[in-house]
Design a protein around this ligand. Structure first.
Ligand SMILES: Nc1ncnc2c1ncn2[C@@H]1O[C@H](COP(=O)(O)OP(=O)(O)OP(=O)(O)O)[C@@H](O)[C@H]1O
Length: 278
């Protein structure tokens, strides 16, 4: 078999900056010269403290920056340019190439629509199915994200299921369009620790089973280490460090990386020795 001439990354962000041009703020750009690549099937963690620019990066990638903010540079999503693209083309890219899971599942869910219908919508957008086939596809989608009682959940409204179940449904919706890349923006931050572990295991499994790429965004190195192979560290809108997770943890170079690694170790030993928390 011959090697392909051109390897298309799932995502390639090159010299991305985000500005708030109308604001006249003297602070300058919100993101500056952010660059990273994500190969097909790879898992990258984007780490940074609150306000470092993680969400603006995710919104830039999906072409969803709020009004008043402008992106510059290049973002290739499955080989297609996002920066400067028309909304019509971006709609096609979202879903087909990349889907997003947010911190708060209610962002993605309509409170007035039964969950089964909400999952059926993205499935129908990309596949022509009979009613019976569609019902089976919705059940399969719920089973894939580890939910039991799928008939009850399909008939329920978002407020009638638990927070963890809602996040699983939101993940099922994000996966329903068969994207190549899943962008998970702090998907477990709003959940308690045991539920969090279940969602991380789920992401780990579906990403492997489907051979997808994952961009996992979090402020928490310990959480990222559960699902990512490589990380990019953002601080004040700039990339300050990057590398394989194993290298960064074993040999942290940048002061911010050292701080993060020390913090994650402290938390880990506090969990192992609960008395040390007192
Ligand atoms: N619409 C906007 N207009 C102006 N500034 C904004 C806007 N949205 C975000 N910012 C600013 O951009 C910076 C980066 O924000 P961003 O939401 O990307 O941070 P984050 O790393 O995702 O933080 P968090 O973990 O708290 O969500 C912050 O200083 C924020 O105040």
């Amino acid at each position: 078999m011959t090697e392909p001439l051109l390897r298309v990354d799932a995502l390639s962000v090159d010299s991305l900056s985000v500005d708030s041009p109308g604001s006249g703020s003297p602070g300058g750009a919100l993101l500056r010269d952010v660059s990273f690549e994500l190969a097909a099937g790879e898992r990258l963690g984007l780490i940074g403290e609150s306000g470092s620019g993680k969400s603006l990066t995710a919104l830039s990638i999906t072409g969803l920056l709020p009004d008043g903010l402008a992106a510059d540079g290049s973002i290739l999503l499955g080989g297609a340019q996002v920066v400067g693209s028309r909304e019509r083309d971006l709609v096609e890219l979202r879903g087909r190439v990349a889907s997003v899971v947010f911190q708060e599942p209610l962002t993605a869910l309509d409170p007035l629509m039964r969950l089964g219908r909400q999952i059926a919508e993205p499935i129908q957008r990309y596949r022509t199915l009979s009613r019976a086939e569609l019902r089976a596809a919705v059940r399969d989608a719920l089973v894939e994200v580890g939910l039991d009682e799928v008939d009850r959940i399909a008939r329920a409204y978002p407020h009638e299921v638990s927070g963890g179940q809602r996040q699983r449904v939101a993940i099922a919706m994000a996966l329903a369009t068969r994207p190549q890349l899943l962008i998970a923006d702090e998907p477990t931050t709003a959940l308690d620790v045991t539920v969090q572990a279940g969602i991380l295991d789920l992401l780990d499994r579906v990403i492997s089973e489907r051979g997808m790429s994952l961009l996992f965004i979090s402020h928490d190195l310990a959480v990222v280490s559960r699902v990512a192979d490589r990380v990019v560290l953002l601080r004040h809108g700039e990339v300050v460090d990057r590398g394989s997770l194993a290298d960064l943890i074993a040999r942290p170079q940048h002061p911010y990386t050292r701080e993060l690694v020390a913090g994650a170790r402290e938390l880990d030993s506090a969990i192992d020795n609960p008395g040390s928390l007192a």
